[in-house]
Design a protein around this ligand. Structure first.
Ligand SMILES: Nc1nc2c(ncn2[C@@H]2O[C@H](COP(=O)(O)OP(=O)(O)O)[C@@H](O)[C@H]2O)c(=O)[nH]1
Ligand SMILES: [Mg+2]
Length: 318
């Protein structure tokens, strides 16, 4: 895909222009503003969006200790050898206090830290349902606009938000530990349904043929096709084949037909998020105006249930 360049005549905000020129520093600044919930950042994202659509976003999920970070490190190496620019987003949906897990990932990806073609970022969702997707979606726009070709998402938390991760990526890979029958059982049913690539990692350990057979059997039962592979992330065995398969899916993923439904979803969530923020403010203002009348204030203290309903009826009346 040919990457569009900003029209010199257009008035793109300076920070967005810096991101488009490939500045990791500007991208980090913008991401910090996204995480802090700065509403002004939406204008920058609007400037950036027309320049997105180049990156292929892949989620790499699986139980803790399955080898996700080690595998990602190997994939980065392969993609870099091919001249691609890579982003890694380690996201922790479960806990804002995830220093430990994220620190471990950082250590495993350390060798890439100084590479100007690799952008590594970790983030924790700050409470609230949908908080993770909101922040992650916006951050992905920044990474894509930065000109990264491959973006790898690693959930590091409890794995409860696997379905949330699935909605953010083009391709979903799941690491399955080898072991007679147990491996597949440790993977949640939802992921078995949605994943595109099943990676039996630690293929240096026993139980690999059994895990592969289990997965193939499971794939027979579902309607969508899936690809099964074996890797040893520790030595790099099989990582090259996996990287090549991912790249072979890239062109298909980037075609407009595939992008349109995701953009519509993004639009829906943006509109409801902006509308809700707006309504919340309006409602808060009306409540204060209502309570400013001493008589209402007294009545609300007498029976908050009755008065709350009355006020809501007034608010929703057309
Ligand atoms: N034997 C073996 N160990 C591996 C392999 N891949 C990763 N590991 C080890 O498994 C442990 C957990 O790896 P890590 O990448 O942090 O897993 P994550 O929690 O899924 O990110 C580390 O000690 C790795 O060295 C592999 O293919 N074979
Ligand atoms: Mg990890």
């Amino acid at each position: 895909m040919i990457r569009k360049s900003p029209d010199p005549e257009s008035c793109i905000r300076p920070e967005a222009a810096e991101v488009l020129s490939g500045s990791f520093l500007a991208a980090s600044r913008l991401i910090r503003r996204i995480e802090a919930g700065d509403p002004a950042v939406l204008a920058d994202l609007a400037d950036l969006f027309p320049f997105t659509g180049n990156a292929c976003v892949m989620g790499i999920t699986g139980p803790p200790g399955a080898g996700k970070s080690t595998l990602i490190s190997g994939l980065i190496r392969r993609f870099r050898d091919l001249g691609l620019r890579v982003g890694v987003l380690a996201i922790d949906p479960s806990s804002p206090v995830s220093g430990g897990a994220i620190l471990g990932d950082r250590i495993r990806m350390q060798s890439h830290a100084a590479d100007p073609g690799v952008f590594i970022r970790s983030m924790a969702s700050r409470g609230g349902a949908g908080g993770l997707s909101r922040v992650a979606r916006d951050v992905l726009v920044v990474l894509d606009a930065l000109g990264l070709d491959m973006i790898l998402l690693e959930p590091v938390g409890s794995g409860q938000s696997d379905t949330e991760i699935a909605s953010l990526v083009h391709l979903l890979g799941v690491l399955v530990p080898p072991g007679t029958g147990d491996g597949v059982q440790t993977i949640k049913a939802g992921i078995l349904e949605t994943a595109d690539i099943f990676i039996v990692n630690k293929c240096d350990l026993p139980g690999v043929p059994e895990a592969v057979a289990d997965l193939r059997g499971m794939l027979h039962l579902r309607s969508r096709p899936g690809w099964v592979c074996e890797t040893c992330a520790r030595t790099g065995e099989g990582t090259g084949e996996l990287a090549d398969y991912i790249l072979s899916r890239r062109t298909e993923i980037q075609s407009w037909q595939n992008r349109a439904p995701a953009i519509r979803d993004h639009f829906r969530s943006l509109v409801s998020r902006l509308a809700l923020a707006h309504l919340e403010k309006q409602v808060a203002d009306r409540i204060e105006a209502f309570l400013a009348v001493p008589e209402n204030d007294r009545a609300a203290s007498d029976n908050p249930y009755r008065l709350a309903r009355e006020l809501v009826e007034q608010l929703v009346r057309p």
